[in-house]
Design a protein around this ligand. Structure first.
Ligand SMILES: [Mg+2]
Length: 400
């Protein structure tokens, strides 16, 4: 009897950041503290269980829980595990032909399929994708939003205290949100605060940590302020500049000129809004090497397709630096699995979600590094006691 998927559950799981987050350049309000994971558990007739976070399906335009359930019935329920992926010499090379369209449209389905197939084979996702590449995964703290605007009386000091707490908690790489001078402050005041935040954090954390900035396009239409930001923060030796402006060849040519002149060691990175294969302006940015790192989201793309995307990027010597914000605690686990699978790894985005329903108590960042879990599939299981309290009260169960 071929192993088939005979039961699937779906449940919303609260995913809490370690603290309240402020806004960024485009969100009208702060991000608050709690987000939602849509945990899918798919079980086979042999009792093997695979996991994914289907948040993208529920939050997409036209998305709903009912639509998610219908998609799960159509794509996974009653399906044989063997038909999910095409393997060559024990290595996953493509989505199975019957599910190719669905797995291409929804990265979480790609991850669910990859998790199920690798667990059924008793091996990790990394092994299924060609071999485990590393055990130690550098990760960066990614919650330094506009904390100053949450606590105006503390201003700049609030942002520095936020990053300093991350250092005390074990992080050695930090991404700082900038781009205040658009929708959060006036261009002049926002520029000044952005510069003070970067220099203040560098001063507080010392010369050995890695600092990155992410403007979420907040410097669009402000070429002089963009140049001044890059010039004034060059003593901070930033590791990368992310989404300083909206992607276009013209904008990135200008940005490349500034970077080459003022901070030649700093990378230009973008692409969290894009997919695989690269589309629109990103095709030109990659082909003309106007970016150094490309950032499609881990859960939105999926593990098999990220592995395929890596080859395409390697042809142009572009670094894979996946986005991983909004993916919940599942995102950390999925990110560690991806990091063990890719030939090239820079650093994992960590939105610092507290433990919720996974048996991942040992996942702790120490001196800037996580140790990759050893378990099959994505490496970590659901903790059934925690799930009974947090997931089960609102779960939907579908059976073949
Ligand atoms: Mg970003």
């Amino acid at each position: 009897m071929p192993e088939t998927i005979d039961q699937i559950t779906v449940a919303p799981i609260p995913a809490r950041h370690w603290t309240e987050l402020g806004r960024n350049a485009y969100t009208p309000e702060g991000l608050g503290e709690t987000r939602t994971e849509w945990l899918v558990r798919a079980r086979t007739t042999a009792g093997v269980e695979g996991f994914a976070n289907a948040r993208q399906s529920v939050s997409a335009e036209g998305g709903s829980v009912a639509r998610l359930i219908a998609d799960l019935r159509e794509v996974f329920l009653g399906r044989s595990v063997d038909s999910l992926l095409a393997l060559r010499n024990g290595q996953a090379v493509a989505a199975g032909s019957e599910v190719l369209q669905a797995l291409t449209a929804w990265g979480w389905m790609d991850t669910l399929a990859t998790d199920l197939v690798s667990r059924t084979r008793g091996e990790s996702i990394a092994t299924l994708l060609g071999g485990r590449r590393r055990n130690r995964i550098p990760a960066y703290e990614s919650t330094t939003y506009f904390q100053d605007l949450l606590h105006p009386h503390r201003g700049l000091h609030q942002v520095i205290a936020h990053a300093s707490r991350g250092f005390a908690d074990g992080f050695r790489q930090f991404k700082i949100k900038v781009g205040r001078g658009g929708r959060a402050m006036t261009p002049r005041d926002g520029l000044r605060r952005d510069i003070d935040v970067v220099l203040g954090i560098r001063d507080a954390l010392g010369p050995d940590v890695d600092l990155m900035v992410d403007a979420n396009f907040g410097y669009d239409g402000q070429p002089e302020n963009l140049a001044e930001f890059i010039r004034a923060t060059s003593p901070a030796r930033l590791t990368w500049l992310e989404e300083m402006v909206t992607a276009s060849v013209e904008a990135y040519r200008a940005l490349r000129d500034l970077q080459a002149t003022l901070c030649p060691e700093t990378l230009l990175v973008a692409g969290e809004v894009d997919s695989n294969p690269p589309s629109g302006a990103f095709v030109d940015l990659i082909d003309q090497r106007l970016i150094d790192g490309y950032q499609p989201d881990i859960v939105r793309i999926g593990h098999l397709r990220w592995k395929q995307l890596e080859s395409r990027l390697a042809e142009e010597s572009i670094l894979p630096i996946p986005h991983n914000f909004g993916n919940g605690r599942f995102g950390l686990i999925a990110g560690l699995a991806l990091a063990t699978s890719l030939d090239t790894w820079v650093t994992l985005e960590d939105e610092r979600i507290r433990p919720n329903v996974y048996a991942d108590d040992e996942l702790t960042v120490i001196n800037g590094v996580y140790r990759a879990p050893d378990g099959p599939g994505i490496g970590v299981d659901v903790d059934n006691d925690a799930y009974a309290r947090i997931g089960a009260p609102n779960e939907v169960v579908i059976r073949a």
